[in-house]
Design a protein around this ligand. Structure first.
Ligand code: ADP
Length: 381
């Protein structure tokens, strides 16, 4: 293989995000986003990727460059089929297509991105990196729902988990920050963005995570409810006479912080709380309550916790969320230093007190770098 550059593509339903990285020094050479696919000038994913290719060519970083070693694609759902990154072949594309029923909103766009990129550079190795893969090490006790086994297996109803690329990256970056081998470290990773998930990582392997069959389960998110009694759906259907699609939209798009207080941006919620807004305060309290429940649960799952890492938009930026989530946990060996927590910074940093047995850290995630690393490792073998 020649070349040391990897193009990372994240093809969503209405946007394509891209980054070009040089893996010799892990630097970012270019990045951007093409939005509003399907509206106006960007008719479809093919047009969007063409725009990405043109933009890179303008910067003399074109797809035809011999420096380009591979393309890494983010793929949301790998089911039980993909537990590691996969070199893309026709068979792999077919397998990803078969998983569309499990991720109807995400996998189709991911597949389209892969197909178009393969047409643009058929000779170039392309790799699929799955959001679910890091969680495939979860034991059956954590991965199975307690429902009829035959039905569950027939329809693939089990807990897959998402944000895996981020949980993988952050758990390793936390070990690096603490200067300890990841194999010795038990870590709770709290990925708090618009979507949010927690994971329990033992010695670098995921043993539990809060998202399940879909990204709906678990924590309170920007617009998703997280955990809910499944019977609420029967109730809304029977008594509320809502259709399945309406309930789907309710729980995925009109719930969470947005449903609770009308805002899904933690900055705005913080501002409103400062003005004494009780609706925003209650939304925040529910968000924190759920988060603390997962920290407690994963402490029990792991038995011994060495580190708790906060990441993604809220985790990296909201000192208020971190303080509220970690408050009153001295019995768990968790003590946050208020001054350290309030300091703003861009890199990975400790926010726990010297006396804290558990290291608490802010560890910025970098999913693109992780996808590029996994892609480069695979094609360099
Ligand atoms: P996504 O899941 O879309 O990748 P991000 O990880 O970028 O999301 O997180 C986006 C969220 O981060 C925003 O909706 C907002 O709630 C939160 N956020 C970003 N900056 C701040 C900040 N300075 N303070 C508090 N919350 C923030």
């Amino acid at each position: 293989m020649n070349g040391s550059r990897v193009l990372v593509l994240n093809s969503g339903s209405s946007s394509v995000k891209y980054q070009l990285l040089d893996m010799t020094d892990r630097t970012r050479l270019a990045s951007g986003i093409v939005e509003r696919i399907g509206e106006g000038p960007v008719a479809d994913h093919a047009a969007a990727l063409k725009q990405v290719a043109d933009e890179l060519a303008r910067q003399n970083l074109g797809l035809d460059s011999p420096e380009l070693a591979a393309v890494g694609h983010r793929v949301v759902h790998g089911g039980t089929r993909f537990t590691t990154p996969a070199l893309i072949t026709d068979e792999v594309v077919e397998e990803i297509e078969k998983l569309i029923p499990l991720a109807p909103l995400h996998n189709p766009a991911n597949v389209t991105g892969i197909k178009v990129a393969r047409e643009l550079r058929p000779d170039l190795p392309q790799v699929a990196v799955f959001d679910t893969a890091f969680h495939s090490t979860m034991p059956e006790a954590a991965a199975r729902y307690a429902i009829d086994v035959d039905t569950a297996d027939r329809f693939g109803v089990r807990r897959y988990g998402f944000h895996g690329t981020s949980h993988a990256y952050v758990s390793r970056a936390t070990a690096a920050l603490l200067d300890r081998p990841v194999s010795e470290l038990n870590t709770i990773v709290l990925h708090l963005g618009n979507g949010a998930s927690a994971s329990a990582v033992r010695g670098g392997e995921c043993v539990d995570t809060s998202m399940g069959l879909t990204p709906l389960e678990g924590l309170v998110m920007g617009t998703r409810s997280g955990d809910l009694d499944a019977a609420a759906i029967f109730h809304l259907s029977r008594v509320g006479e809502m259709s399945i699609d309406e309930i789907d939209t309710l729980l995925n798009k009109r719930s969470g912080l947005l449903g609770l207080c009308g805002d899904n941006d933690m900055r705005e919620i913080g501002r409103r709380m400062g003005e004494g807004d009780s609706e925003a305060q209650l939304a925040f309290d529910i968000y924190i309550h759920r988060l603390r429940k997962y920290v407690g649960a994963y402490t029990a799952v792991l038995g011994r916790v060495d580190a708790i890492a906060f990441t993604a938009g809220v985790g990296e930026n909201s000192a208020a969320v971190r303080e509220a989530a970690m408050g009153g946990l001295t019995a768990f060996g968790v003590e946050v230093d208020t001054v350290r927590n309030a300091l703003r910074g861009s890199g990975a940093r400790l926010i726990s007190a010297e006396s804290s047995r558990v290291a608490v850290a802010v560890v910025p995630t970098d999913e693109e770098l992780e996808i590029a690393s996994q892609t480069f490792d695979l094609v360099s073998d």
